[in-house]
Design a protein around this ligand. Structure first.
Ligand code: NAG
Ligand code: NAG
Length: 354
């Protein structure tokens, strides 16, 4: 469901690079503009890092950014605009912008470099702009060019997706950090030069996960949307957006119940999912994962022990043998499993898609 978006992106890139200009493939590979191909692979790398981050952020959620559908879903199937798809759009657009910006600063690309536009100017008390600021404007432009190009529809869904793409790109800017370096006599730091630098992509993911949790449902005038011709759906979205800020994620439809398997929606349900029970350094969200994934979905938690035997305590004997002991290590995993005799009935109603 969700991943058909990624497929569409691949399709658009393919289309733009190979077909869009009417070149034969062979001909293109020989003579085509190198920049286009260069961007295409970086754009794909960026979209993939977005999906990787999605998996990380949702590892202990009922919906865990599943990828099984990527290989089967036909490109046309993405229908819904849920809270979860809003995240996928935002993180993909952000991933592409982030990667291209990084590429640019690292000098990977011929026709772009650091953003030095403010260098030498006073930035604030005691500091000047200087050094290599990450060129987010470049990354933003390429992300728009490729990721937004997927949304060719004129419907409300396309407008919502475009909004969320833009919100993802804003997240990249919002998480940037000012880095400064001191000049002058040692430790005096009388003068500093500063530049703007991307945060770790993880921070962009954290930021967008919060936006996902706070996403706004667009309440649209349904008649106006259905009427189709009398009013453009994109206009209806613009109206419904009202006071919602550009940095917020928005969605149109409530999420399905991610507890349950639903093949027509490409959902696996939480049966068989691992959860975390004990352990040091778990966040509260992680510590509650068994409740969220298993208990609240009418499943029980099953303990699975696996023993691995390995060589250990090896000693070297002169000369020349190594003697080892065999050690057994037990790892315990917790997995959501069906209750005995239960076939999914009398599941407790879950409270919303978590
Ligand atoms: C841009 O960065 C990504 C991720 O680090 C990398 O995979 C890709 O090859 C880079 N592109 C270029 C043109 O170096
Ligand atoms: C799957 O989801 C669709 C759409 O929400 C729903 O109509 C259908 O009943 C669901 N199927 C199952 C098996 O739950």
């Amino acid at each position: 469901m969700v991943y058909s978006f990624l497929w569409t992106l691949v399709f658009v890139i393919y289309h733009k690079t190979l077909l869009g200009h009417g070149w034969a493939v062979n001909n293109f590979l020989m003579t085509g503009p190198k920049a286009y191909l260069t961007y295409a692979s970086s754009v794909l790398a960026g979209a993939q890092s977005g999906m990787q981050e999605c998996k990380h952020q949702f590892a202990w959620d009922r919906w865990n950014c599943p990828e099984s559908t990527v290989h089967v879903a036909p490109p046309k199937r993405q229908k819904s605009a849920t809270r979860e798809t809003s995240f996928v759009h935002a993180i993909s657009a952000a991933g592409v912008m982030y990667t291209l910006t990084r590429n640019c600063s690292l000098g990977d690309l011929d026709n772009c470099g650091c953003d030095n536009s403010r260098n030498g100017k006073l930035g604030g008390r005691g500091w000047l702009w200087g050094g290599c600021s990450d060129n987010v404007d470049f990354g933003e432009r390429i992300s728009k060019q490729y990721v937004d190009a997927v949304e060719t529809g004129q419907d409300a869904r396309a407008a919502v997706n475009l909004h969320n793409n833009a919100a993802g790109r804003l997240a990249v800017k919002a998480t940037m950090k000012r880095i400064c370096r001191c000049h002058g006599m040692s430790e005096s730091c009388a003068l500093q030069t500063c530049w703007m630098q991307l945060s770790d992509f993880r921070e962009v993911g954290n930021y967008l996960k919060v936006k996902h949790d706070q996403a706004h449902k667009l309440e649209m005038d349904k008649r106006r949307v259905r009427a189709g011709n009398s009013a453009d759906p994109r206009g209806a979205v613009a109206d419904a957006l009202g006071a919602i800020s550009r940095s917020e994620l928005i969605y149109l439809e409530d999420s399905p119940d991610y507890c349950y398997k639903n093949s027509s929606l490409g959902l696996h349900g939480t049966e068989g999912r691992e959860c975390l029970q004990h352990g040091d350094g778990l966040s509260q969200w992680e510590r509650r994962s068994c409740r969220r994934l298993c208990h609240e979905c009418g499943l029980r938690v099953e303990e699975r022990r696996t023993e691995t035997v390995s060589s250990c305590n090896c000693k070297f004997h002169w000369c020349c043998t190594v003697k080892c002991e065999r050690c057994t290590q037990v790892t315990v995993k917790y997995v959501c499993a069906r209750k005995q005799g239960g076939h999914g009935q009398n599941r407790r109603r879950s409270k919303g898609p978590k």
